[in-house]
Design a protein around this ligand. Sequence first.
Ligand SMILES: [Zn+2]
Length: 429
Amino acid sequence: MSESHRFPVAAPQAVPADQAAVRRGNLGRVLRLLRDAGPRSRARIAQETGLNKATVSSLVAELADRGLVTDGEVDRGGAVGRPGLPVHLDGTGVCGIGVELNVDYVAILVLDLGGEVRFEHRVALDVPALGAERTLDEVARLVGEAATAAGAAVPVGITVAVPGLVRSVDGVVPDAPNLGWHDVAVLDGLVARLGPGCPVRVENDANLSAIAEWAMGPEARTPDLVYLTGEVGVGGGLVVDGRLLRGTAGFSGEVGHTPLGDPAVVCGCGRRGCWETVVGLGALLRAAADPDDPVHDSGRDLETRLAELAARADAGDRRTLDALAAVGTGLGTGAAVLINLVNPQVVLLGGYFAVLGRFLLEPMTAELRERVFAADLAGARVVLSTLGFTAAVRGGAHVALEQVLDDPTLVPAPEPIPADPPIRTETSA
Ligand SMILES: [Zn+2]
């Protein structure tokens, strides 16, 4: 989303179809401004939103009532507060929850509206062996644990990241080959376990990671950004002109199944020669180590296994170095297609590509220089994600919080204090 999309210029002369909807939208504009640009005075909010000062004062008062902003200087007896004093976002009372399902782990992260991580946990789990029902049981248990850990921050939404095709309209996963899931009703399954209290949505993991990078990574707000995540599968999230490219059914970014590999090699999806058979985690591990090597043990934490591979590479182990070089070159081949197609400013490498990036960048860049049609990679930089394996859960929590920024009235104001105490009638014994 571009800045102009996030802060649409209001047309004050237009007669609104629904005054309440306009007010909700304006509350959201003020809240979003405070989150994205920091504390500022009412006068400055008015200047930057184009709203008049009296409206801004009224909006700030309502946001304060709902516990979303702090401002100690509002004069409750009068019309407005002192206009020169800054209004601060108070993000502590509201949080979003991001959950990521992957082949060998489930991760969860709680982010409050102020951007603070309140809880973070990853459980090593053999999801394909466990199956959908028992995995969703585990997700529900983790959500309960996370909501308790979040304390005073009330969850306003849960977003579940899945490595596969996601029909976001009804939260069904038609196909997640590496999980072995077909037509799994993730949304309905979780609502049945958690109850209707907290809205749940389901999204593709790479798309959520791209959103996280766009919203909060070091490359935030880069209008044209390609995100590639390396796990067992390989996914892509494309931000074009400041918007996530979803496509007609929401299935964009399935770059892992682009036919760039050896046609003799069968992919997890059943096709042959998919790109992830060259650069997916399975391809790296197979090339780097024998099947009985502990780095293949999916019951162990992935980062521990990757640290073991990095240590071997640092020690000059030829087999590990060759395996990493082959992945780096393969990454260059596929990324060149994306650079030729999208012309991004940044190609971000996430997942295991980021963890082992220092071994991958050189062969990848050499291949890109051969393959990208325009000079100097058409202006693209290849950057390692600093969000690492938390990108998808951060993106999920961020998306969950967006609904409060779109409509802050979702956060209830406390009940008004009754004007008169109830009359007590004395009765004699
Ligand atoms: Zn495939």
